[in-house]
Each structure stands twice: as structure tokens, then as C-alpha cells.
Design a protein around this ligand. Sequence first.
Ligand SMILES: Cc1cc2nc3c(=O)[nH]c(=O)nc-3n(C[C@H](O)[C@H](O)[C@H](O)COP(=O)(O)OP(=O)(O)OC[C@H]3O[C@@H](n4cnc5c(N)ncnc54)[C@H](O)[C@@H]3O)c2cc1C
Length: 336
Amino acid sequence: MADKQEIYDVTIIGGGPVGLFTAFYCGLRELKTKVVEFLPKPGGKVSMFFPEKIIRDIGGIPGIAGAQLIEQLKEQAATFDPDFVFNQRITGFKRLDDGTIELTAATGETHYTRTVILACGMGTLEVNELNHHDASAYAGKNLRYTAEKLAEFQGKHVVISGGGDSAVDWANELEPLAASVTILHRREEFGGLESAVTKMKQSSVRVLAPYSLQHISGNGDIIESITAVHTETGAQEVIEIDELIINHGFTIDLGPIKEWGLDTEDGRIKADRHMRTNLPGVFVAGDAASYESKLKLIAGGFTEGPTAVNSAKAYLDPHAEKMAMYSTHHKKLVVQ
Ligand SMILES: Cc1cc2nc3c(=O)[nH]c(=O)nc-3n(C[C@H](O)[C@H](O)[C@H](O)COP(=O)(O)OP(=O)(O)OC[C@H]3O[C@@H](n4cnc5c(N)ncnc54)[C@H](O)[C@@H]3O)c2cc1C
């Protein structure tokens, strides 16, 4: 029951970069805030896919590694001590008689809140694992689904299976430090920036396309070789490896949130210019949001988050100021 648990002013679903900054801004507006995240750590797609990549399109920050940006966002969010809950996927939404919203996680836990900000990207992220009977035996050893720590590949013979932008980026990043990098892709065309694909093709990266990964062979502890097969001729090649990186895409899904009665388009939640959804008291920010001229960048979410918070504040208190004061004027933030 709601009266037995704390009721928050705002519950942010998603602890990605936008959820973290939104939590900070909730603090500026003196809103009691909780962030619920499905993954065991914050950072969303940044932590999952490009922690070591340098992000260069956030105003005032000429370049920052993804992981460092998340560290700084965590520090900023902590200014006002929001509560964080990890390892919970929010699935259920119910409005109680007194207007309080009850959110339920897949694990069965409940959260009570007056408003919700959906900063859930396009949903929970799960990598598409290698479809091979031995894959689980080697996962986390020398079969990986991301190239999180580049230094671990120093001097190694690396095979990357996949042709998306992350696969191309990893090939380029690993090429200077690995003993060899081979990328195999079932189509001739690669995803990602043209300049990145050109750079990869002009480097020492060995490009096998159109090839697919047919077999992995190992000693039970590590994979020792893989078999690649030409998708048209059937020609096979056995390649000895130290590391295998699989980049076969990921599944991203709003899941049961789609059943809440929200207006959606292309897997995102429709927002008006106040970041309101069609459900009263439910707002949206970041990759989750859909509206005309939506900027699908972290910087876009850093505006939408505060707008959603201001809308939540107005929903809770129609007499409140429409916007926060400047952070430079905030009593907790002013350096004496
Ligand atoms: C390879 C790659 C490179 C990129 N490079 C750049 C770049 O250089 N610059 C840039 O600005 N942008 C870049 N982006 C885009 C950027 O990552 C996104 O715009 C940004 O991550 C959006 O942040 P978000 O917090 O809205 O969503 P996300 O990062 O997707 O985070 C959403 C979080 O919500 C959680 N979640 C979802 N559903 C639930 C639920 N039901 N319950 C609990 N938790 C839930 C997820 O687990 C996730 O952690 C890149 C993206 C990729 C894939």
C-alpha cells in the first residue's frame, strides 16, 4: 500500500545519461526523486556500448570518454541525494484512487510516486548473443559482446564478428594495439560513418565480407579458433584467435510499457513541447521521446530532462515557478 512506503514526487525510469541529469535537475526543483534502472549500473547506452569512445558533441566539453561523462553525471546527480534502485525493470503502471502512481518491477517490487519521467531510451537493452551451442561456455572469457577495456586486447589476435557501427569503431580502435584484427560480416556493406569504414578498409584490419561465423572451437576454457564461411561460395577459413568479439546487434524493447496506454511512434513515446505524454503526470525525456525535430543526441536529452522536470513541478504545484532559478543562484551550489 502507498501509505506504507515512501511516495516520491518524481520517479525516473532509466539511469542513462538523461535519467542522471534529470535527477540532478529534480533536485534543483526540490523534488523528492528516485531513479529505477534495469541494468546493474548507470549510464545506459553510453556505459554499455561506448565507455571509451570520445564524445565530442556536448556543448562546452570538447571531448570526454563515455565512462568519464557518466562518472561526472553521477557526481552531479548525487548533489541532491536522489535514491537509486538498480536491477529492476519497471513493467507495471497503476493509478491509485488518491492519484498516486504505483510502479511495479518485473521482480515484484513496487514504487509509489506522484509523477513519472520516462528516461528509458527505447527500452531495456540486451545484446544478441552468439547463436552457437558452446557460446555460453566461453562468454566472459575470450568471447565478448563489447570491447569495453581496449587495453585488454593489447598484443592479441582479435576477430570481430559483425558489421554495425560499433564493430567498425572497435576494429579501428583495436587496430593500433592488437597483434591483428579481423572483421567478418555477412554483407559487403558496413554500418557506421563512411569515414570510419574507409579508415578501417585502409588500415591493417583484415576485412572478410561477405562472411559469417560458422563455428567456434576451443579447449573448454577458451576459444582457440573460429571458422568463417563465405556466404556465397561456401569457402571456409579457420582463424586462430586470442579474442572473439560478437557484435550481432541488440534487442531493445519498451516491453510492457507499451501496454500503459501511451501514444507511441516508431518505438518511442510521443511528447508535446512540455515533454508531457498523453498520460497525466507522466513525462518523457531523452531517446525515449518522439516529437518533430527531435535531436537524438545526449545534448538533446539534457534539455528535455529539465523541461520534463519543470512540467512535473507544474503538475504537482500549479503555482510553482515555471522554471528553476539559475544553478549559479542556488543556495546549495553557490561557493561562498
Ligand atoms: C554506438 C553509439 C554511439 C553513440 N555516440 C554518441 C555521441 O557521440 N554523442 C551523442 O550525443 N550521442 C551518441 N549516441 C546516442 C546516445 O547514446 C543516446 O542518445 C543516449 O544514450 C540517450 O540517453 P538516454 O538516457 O535517453 O537513454 P539510454 O542511454 O538508452 O538509457 C536508458 C536506460 O533506461 C533503462 N531502462 C529502459 N527501460 C527500463 C525499464 N522498463 N525499467 C528500468 N530501466 C529501464 C535502460 O536499461 C537504460 O539504462 C550513441 C549511441 C550509440 C549506440
